[in-house]
Design a binder for this molecule. Sequence first.
Ligand code: SAH
Length: 463
Amino acid sequence: MKKNNKQTILTKNQELIVEIEDLGSEGEGIGKVDGYPLFIKDALVGDVVRVLVMKAKKNYGYARVVEIITSSPYRVTPACDIARKCGGCQLQHCSYEQQLVYKQNKIINCLKRIGGFEDISIEPIMGMDEPYYYRNKAQFPVGRSKTSEIVTGFYASRSHNIIDTTNCAIQAKENKEILELVKEYMEECQIEPYNEETHEGLVRHILTRVGFVTGEIMVCLVLNGKSLPKAELLVERLKNIKGMTSITININTDKTNRILGDKIQILWGQGYITDYIGEVKYQISPLSFYQVNPVQTRKLYETALEYADLKEGQIVWDLYCGIGTISLFLAKKAAKVYGVEIVPQAIEDAKCNARINQITNAEFFVGAAEEVLPEQYKKSNGTMAADVIVVDPPRKGCEETLLETIVSMTPKRIVYVSCDPATLARDLKYLCGHGYELKRVRGCDMFPMSFHVETIALLSLVK
Ligand code: SAH
């Protein structure tokens, strides 16, 4: 056979040795074999690894680590011994300092490559002092192991196999005791965990939430049924945990991957917990959306407030407002805040949160931002004013029709909060092509140990 020198062709199950040169967008190592990139999970820049090729496509392939020959200087022992199997974290094997470097570079690269911003200087990423035990919300699936024990923990990467653990390094520490008590109660009262394949069994998930400021705790059992037998025995144990405020069941009898159903019943205490971000108080039910890392959320919102630089009498639009978290933060400084959000329940929560904080200058609209804003603007014959517009869209970023309306409203400043630097860069490029100038950019690490990074950007109207 004639050898083709130009193109390296690897085959499945081939073993080879590569050096990792870079990390991809989902935290996977990238090594090159004569220019052919291999994506390798759990590998780090500086590692020399022996890998097994799993999949070889025309221009790139996937491989898995068989042996680490030379260890990267950034490699650390993961806090969880199940880190590699678990689908939750992708970067526990990387030092936290280096995780931040990776995230900072990710933002810079997107701004350059996608946004065409060549010499933008970005501010240092906001990391956590204590990057573990930071999540205030957990949803643990419940099932049976092969040896028939009740297990609860997390799904393995890209699967629905439950990895049994009550001790997760990024979840609130209180969960361990809660999970153990629920398991104990289920064993004693012979309560069957849910089986996804047969759609039989009762307990599907255990949802917990902890108010990090108030110390209030919520436990909600998601059931494939309408009631929990001998619930009083469970309540009796759980209510002794310090901070326990709300014990509920959620009814979800559908054959679905969706975790929660629509109905909640209180077993003990209230149907919600309260917590604070800065000075703003929030009521959180099992169904409400709430940021999962309150420590970093506060930093992010404070940066948003700083970037917005509100002056007396100014009007703000907060698009993709969720439960109004940013809106209420801004309302204290603004004359009027308008929030727009597509999920009706979130707007109900936003209104309730405004009420309990005695905030009367916030108004909320249910609907798609790209429909509500243009409609309102048209209705006002182009007179509707905004001094500052904040957007915090999901990963796919903003629709161009929304950006068009924003630009025609000529706000003095636009604050863009983003959970995906690629779509952020795309949208910033549009805005900078339509009368705006990129002034400041800063990353915020909302999800240590994962590949995700949140970014906040400030644009100002060019005079
Ligand atoms: N700013 C909020 C939530 C941001 S998450 C906070 O900080 O808590 C993004 C939000 O956008 C979600 O609440 C989602 O429901 C909402 N959303 C998604 N698509 C939307 C659209 N087209 N118009 C308005 N809101 C949308």
